[in-house]
Unconditional design. Structure first.
Length: 463
């Protein structure tokens, strides 16, 4: 048994030794294969490097030969083609047809707005009134009233204030109309005597001829209107109906702009493409800030003009002081033209009631007030809040008068101010900043006040 045990142990040791030798041989073969693969990779890398060097050398030699070779002469084109059109002509043509499309679209928009002027003009006036009274609505809302109730109170208050001003001015004119008529006859007699005895040395025959011409013109005009009374009545009725409809639209539009402006603006923003909503949102905020500041500045300027001319008229004992003040205040909302017309009316009343000396003094007072307002108050307010060049104001008013008459002149300057603020905003805001701008729709009457700056809108500084 001892011998058998020994033989088994020797057999196991021999088997274990054979396994170890087989493992060592396998490891040696694997190491040899790895070394062969590494040598093959190194040889291939060296061949690729050499090939790249050769290709680079060939490329450099070809470039050197091309540089040394003489350039081929450029021949003139034998036939005209699109590629041979000068770049300036092609660019001018592209800009030209785009400009024509823009002009045609603008013309159609203006014609459509003119056709719907009975709706568009009251809505614009309501927007200006909403921009003016929005701080009052916001203040009442912060006190605790519902926004709808606040808007209703403000609209009623504005309507009552306008009616009170017009009624008081009308009452004053009605009470003094008889005296003014007598003074007008006296003033005309003085003017007649001045034309005869003054520097013109006009004869009574010439003056009678002029008066007869004026009288004939007035009689012809009255006869033309009296020839068809039904048409004149229908015209007057149509005008009265348009005025009533416009007043109705102004009142309701002002109320809803003040009460639900945020919802209205949100609906308008959602109509735009999704990619343009952020820019439309921020542009609307900037335009609203500019419009609000313009209306406030205009009201301040109009009030200063009215008070100044009323003080001068009262000092000169000119009648209808309050009526003149109301006329100046309302007409000052039409830039440049309104104040001039109202001042001319004040001078004419002074001429009829007090004579030429008082009229000259009144004219000097009106010019003084307008110069102080134009060179002191307007640059401080409009130049600080609404940066529109005076030439732009003149052209805007002229264009508004041509397109829409008095209503066009009324809305021209605030429209230009809002467009100028939006243009400055869109050219100042980068695309990445506009993409990250908030998409909450701004109301025509923002909840936290129309003077709060729009988020992420550098263009507000231009307003």
């Amino acid at each position: 048994m001892t011998g058998a045990f020994r033989r088994n142990r020797e057999a196991r040791e021999a088997h274990r030794l054979a396994q170890r030798q087989a493992q060592e041989e396998a490891d040696a073969r694997e190491s040899a294969e790895v070394a062969k693969e590494a040598a093959a990779e190194a040889r291939e890398s060296a061949e690729n490097f050499a090939l790249r060097l050769v290709n680079q050398f060939e490329r450099l030699r070809e470039e050197r030969q091309e540089q040394l070779a003489a350039p081929e002469p450029v021949t003139a084109p034998t036939s005209a083609s699109r590629t041979n059109v000068p770049y300036g002509v092609e660019m001018a043509a592209q800009w030209g047809w785009r400009f024509l499309v823009i002009v045609a679209a603008g013309y159609l928009i203006v014609r459509a707005l003119g056709f719907l002027s009975i709706v568009v003009v009251p809505v614009v006036i309501a927007l200006l009134i909403a921009a003016l009274v929005s701080p009052v609505v916001n203040g009442l809302a912060r006190v605790g009233l519902k926004r709808s109730i606040s808007a209703l109170f403000v609209v009623i208050g504005v309507l009552a204030a306008v009616i009170a001003m017009l009624s008081f001015a009308g009452t004053q004119v009605a009470n003094g109309f008889t005296d003014l008529a007598g003074q007008t006859v006296k003033a005309l007699d003085e003017i007649r005597n001045w034309l005869i005895n003054g520097p013109f040395h006009a004869s009574e025959t010439q003056i009678d001829t002029w008066l007869n011409t004026v009288q004939t013109t007035v009689e012809d005009w009255a006869a033309a209107y009296a020839s068809n009374p039904f048409s004149r009545v229908s015209e007057v009725g149509g005008v009265a109906l348009d005025v009533f409809a416009g007043l109705f639209i102004v009142l309701f539009s002002t109320y809803f702009f003040c009460a639900e402006g945020e919802r209205i603006w949100g609906w308008l923003v959602r109509l735009a493409p999704r990619a343009a909503r952020s820019r439309m949102d921020s542009s609307g905020r900037v335009a609203w800030v500019s419009l609000t500041q313009f209306t406030r500045a205009t009201v301040i300027v109009a009030a200063v003009d009215a008070v100044g001319i009323m003080i001068i008229a009262a000092a000169l004992q000119v009648p209808f002081v309050v009526a003149i003040g109301v006329l100046v205040f309302l007409s000052s909302f039409v830039p440049l033209i309104g104040a001039t017309v109202a001042g001319a009316v004040a001078v004419l009343v002074a001429l009829v009631s007090q004579g030429p000396v008082t009229a000259l003094l009144m004219l000097g007072g009106v010019i003084l007030v307008q110069q102080l307002e134009a060179h002191g108050l307007q640059p401080f307010l409009l130049g600080r809040w609404v940066r529109v060049h005076p030439l732009g104001v003149i052209l805007a008013v002229a264009t508004g008068i041509v397109l829409g008459g008095v209503a066009g002149a009324l809305v021209a300057v605030p429209l230009v101010a809002a467009l100028n603020a939006v243009a400055n905003h869109l050219t100042a805001v980068p695309a990445t900043e506009a993409a990250t701008a908030p998409t909450s729709p701004p109301p025509p009457v923002p909840a936290n006040g129309p003077t709060s700056p729009p988020p992420s809108s550098p263009g507000a500084g231009g307003a």
